[in-house]
Design a protein around this ligand. Structure first.
Ligand code: P6P
Length: 336
């Protein structure tokens, strides 16, 4: 049971037994993500000083090598998960191939793999717009103690055991699910502790916010064009408003709280859409469904898509259930 102002650590311990695979490993895994998030948060929050202390790729006044933040975030999450020896493999947007952890150790009984977008929306950092980390957790499907394989990562989203995101915004929040609802924790930076601030988060079934990059309008499938015009029509005085931050985690988080739908359709420049199935769409879809929302490509449930490659892209429509249903109605009526 979620109690407001509980710390993330207390919440994990208290709810560990409700998790059907309870062995403490998943708890330790969420805890290691918590630690990495705090380290990345510290760097993200001082990013604006990079130009003063040294441009990315240069050395700062302390003579340290200044790293691009997404490379930095990637290294911190991989380092933390490796050091704590909790997972057998990691896939990341920043890594061409998956990273096997302790694969030569036949005693390696670690049963989880993590897929991560270490710093989504990182191009927003230079203009001080919020960014996020997205993570997705599966149980491996190959035998324990053997080197992890690609098939351990190419699992349908419906097989996820946990998923979450960190949003580095006006405050830093960690929002995650293990299949028993969605809870949001806000970091108190003064003491470095996450507190339960948003228990049992749910998408309003309806909303009046649509989030899409309308600069690509001419490139959209007809169904999406028709939906956008539907939102803009005066009829019934529909109160829709367009809100698009250019950072998936931030748009998703606002839409989950206020009600809304996020769309990244396919187009000539992105024939399969832009967002990655395994470490962007599936984790956000898991959270959305656990929060009474919905996620699809306009035709197929996101978490039912059979993955074929690590960095595969899919069209992504996600948010308030009735709004996703309306987009699907237009997509299925007017098609491509
Ligand atoms: P565009 C960031 O690069 C990202 O992956 C999402 O966070 C964001 O919603 C989208 O791409 C923005 O893409 O093409 O609209 O700039």
């Amino acid at each position: 049971m979620a109690k407001k102002n509980q710390t993330l650590g207390e919440f994990i311990i208290e709810n560990q037994d409700s998790f059907k695979y309870t062995s403490g490993e998943l708890s330790r895994l969420i805890n290691s993500i918590r630690l990495a998030a705090k380290v990345v948060n510290h760097e993200v929050n001082k990013a604006g000083l990079v130009d003063i202390t040294g441009a990315a790729g240069d050395t700062n006044i302390q003579g340290e090598d200044q790293q691009k933040l997404d490379v930095y975030a990637n290294e911190k999450f991989i380092q933390t998960l490796t050091k704590r020896n909790i997972v057998c493999g990691i896939a990341s947007e920043e890594e061409d191939d998956f990273v096997a952890i302790n694969s030569q150790d036949e005693n390696n009984q670690n049963k989880y793999v993590v897929l991560i977008d270490p710093l989504d929306g990182s191009s927003n950092i230079d203009v001080n717009v919020s960014v996020g980390t997205i993570f997705s957790i599966y149980r491996r499907v190959t035998p324990l103690g053997t080197p992890v394989k690609l098939e351990d990562f190419l699992q349908k989203g419906s097989k996820q055991v946990a998923a979450g995101y960190v949003v580095y915004g006006t405050s830093t929040m960690l929002v995650y699910t293990t299949g028993y609802g969605v809870n949001g924790f806000t970091l108190n930076p003064a003491i470095g502790t996450f507190y339960l601030s948003h228990p049992n988060m749910t998408f309003p079934e309806d909303g009046n916010i649509y989030s899409v990059n309308e600069g690509n309008y001419l490139d959209f499938p007809l169904g999406i064009k028709k939906y956008i015009k539907y939102c803009q029509e005066e009829e019934d005085e529909r109160p829709y408003t367009s809100r698009y931050i250019g950072s998936l985690v931030s748009d998703f988080h606002r839409n989950m709280i206020k009600g809304g739908v996020y769309m990244y359709p396919k187009g000539s420049r992105n024939p399969n859409g832009k967002l990655r199935l395994l470490y962007e769409c599936n984790p956000m879809a898991f959270i959305a469904e656990q929060a009474n929302g919905k996620s699809s490509d306009g035709y197929t449930r996101t978490m039912d898509v059979e993955p074929t490659e690590l960095h595969q892209r899919v069209p992504f429509i996600c948010g308030s259930k009735n709004m996703v249903n309306k987009v699907e109605e237009f997509m299925q009526k007017f098609g491509e």
